[in-house]
Design a protein around this ligand. Structure first.
Ligand SMILES: Nc1ncnc2c1ncn2[C@@H]1O[C@H](COP(=O)(O)OP(=O)(O)OP(=O)(O)O)[C@@H](O)[C@H]1O
Length: 385
């Protein structure tokens, strides 16, 4: 840990690891940017046996981008071989993600199974149905962004199959993680009733009274919808953010059908034509192909200071710790979406930096923001430009 700059454990690591090391099933419920990834990876590295040639840990994530990020952290930790006395052997980590070349993975899984697999549900189930991936030796199963996984219809049936038929609660330690678990008591009841976890599952709920990091500073600006573009330009020129993510809602199927230009494109074109300082803007949205999504993230990570226009694809788990400002060009669909978008900033544990979240809202949306403020217990300062 120290070699990688992790000197002091975060709250979720301090509270979660002692529970995880007892072997208990666990729901890690802690704020965005609080170090949940490292918490479950430390558990994985504490129980895998690098002498065994079998998949011993499976980490399931909602998106390719989050999967690549978790794989990178896992490989960084695996880089230092674990000294097992007679010989040192480092473990291998496979990324089994949507958009990947599964043919190559099939060969790899048959020839020399990796110790750890990081997977999206669709790719994982393809390999399980083809009996290419064997979970017989799996000792820990992690479902990251668990609330999203159970609420997105595309993956919930495959997820339930994974939890109850492709593996059993008695042969594995199950870890769920998220910064948001709506109606968590109801969810924990379901975990036991549906046999997703053992009955003594532990809910590690860090900061139950503060759903979001206290160092986030929330603001809002009321303006008619037809003046939003000018409003975001004025905000950017006021703030001059080092690194910012501008969130817009995903284009509706109806809008696509009538051939409207997506808001992401309209916003990027407007900003680029308004000021040369906005010439370099990255895009991250579902409708891009995987390569252009990867290229955007690579560009952003390389530059260190960036302006990204993104949909909620970038709201879950993506870790860009340099992000200082978040702008909601469209108000998110729910308080949970607001929490995860806001959580893309304020991601440096132990930092005192103030990080700013600004929403541009139409007058008729004010009551929605009030509802988010109540649900997520935060104050929001009105901006007048
Ligand atoms: N003990 C630590 N000390 C310093 N930095 C840490 C520590 N643990 C994790 N971090 C860093 O904190 C940042 C956030 O960690 P991580 O992405 O795991 O958060 P998270 O809880 O998974 O957030 P989210 O809910 O948004 O997915 C990362 O850049 C990570 O490297």
């Amino acid at each position: 840990m120290e070699e990688n700059g992790f000197i002091t454990p975060t709250d979720v690591q301090q509270q979660g690891l002692p529970v995880l090391f007892t072997g208990c099933d666990c729901v890690l419920h802690a704020q965005t940017g609080s170090g949940k990834t490292l918490t479950y990876l430390l558990l994985v590295y504490s129980i895998i046996n690098t002498q065994r040639h079998a998949v011993q840990a499976l980490i399931v994530v909602p998106t390719r981008e989050l999967g690549m990020q978790v794989t990178k952290v896992a490989r960084m930790l695996a880089a230092k071989p674990i000294d097992t006395g007679d010989q040192q052997k480092s473990c291998t980590v496979m990324a089994l993600l949507d958009g990947g070349l599964l043919k190559r993975h099939k060969t790899w899984l048959k020839a020399d199974p990796p110790t750890i697999v990081v997977a999206t549900v669709a790719s994982l189930c393809q390999m399980l149905e083809k009996h290419v991936l064997d979970l017989g030796a799996m000792r820990v199963l992690v479902i990251d962004e668990v609330d999203f996984m159970f609420n997105s219809s595309k993956q919930v049936s495959s997820l339930r199959k994974l939890l109850t038929s492709y593996s059993s609660i008695h042969s594995r330690q199950t870890v769920f993680a998220s910064a948001s678990i709506p109606q968590h008591r109801h969810f924990l009841h379901d975990c036991v009733q549906q046999k997703w976890t053992k009955s003594n599952v532990v809910h590690v709920h860090v900061n139950p009274v503060e759903p979001m990091p206290s160092r986030l500073h929330h603001r809002y600006m009321i303006c008619p919808r037809n003046q939003r573009f000018q409003a975001i330009l004025s905000l950017l020129q006021l703030d001059l953010p080092d690194s910012a993510i501008l969130f817009v809602n995903e284009q509706s199927e109806k809008s696509k059908k009538v051939g409207d230009m997506p808001t992401t494109t309209l916003l990027i074109d407007f900003l680029k034509s308004s000021h040369e300082e906005f010439s370099n803007i990255s895009l991250l949205e579902e409708d891009q192909n995987f390569n252009s999504r990867a290229a955007s993230l690579l560009e952003v990570r390389k530059n260190g200071c960036y302006l990204i226009v993104a949909t909620d694809l970038a709201a879950r788990g993506v870790d860009l710790p340099e992000t200082t400002h978040i702008y909601n060009f469209d108000l998110p669909k729910s308080a949970v979406h607001y929490l995860h978008r806001a959580g893309r900033t304020g991601r440096k544990p132990f930092s005192e930096d103030k990080c700013i979240v600004t929403s541009i809202i139409a007058p008729e949306e004010h009551f929605v923001l009030e509802r988010f403020k109540h649900e997520l217990k935060f104050h929001c300062e009105e901006l007048f430009l």
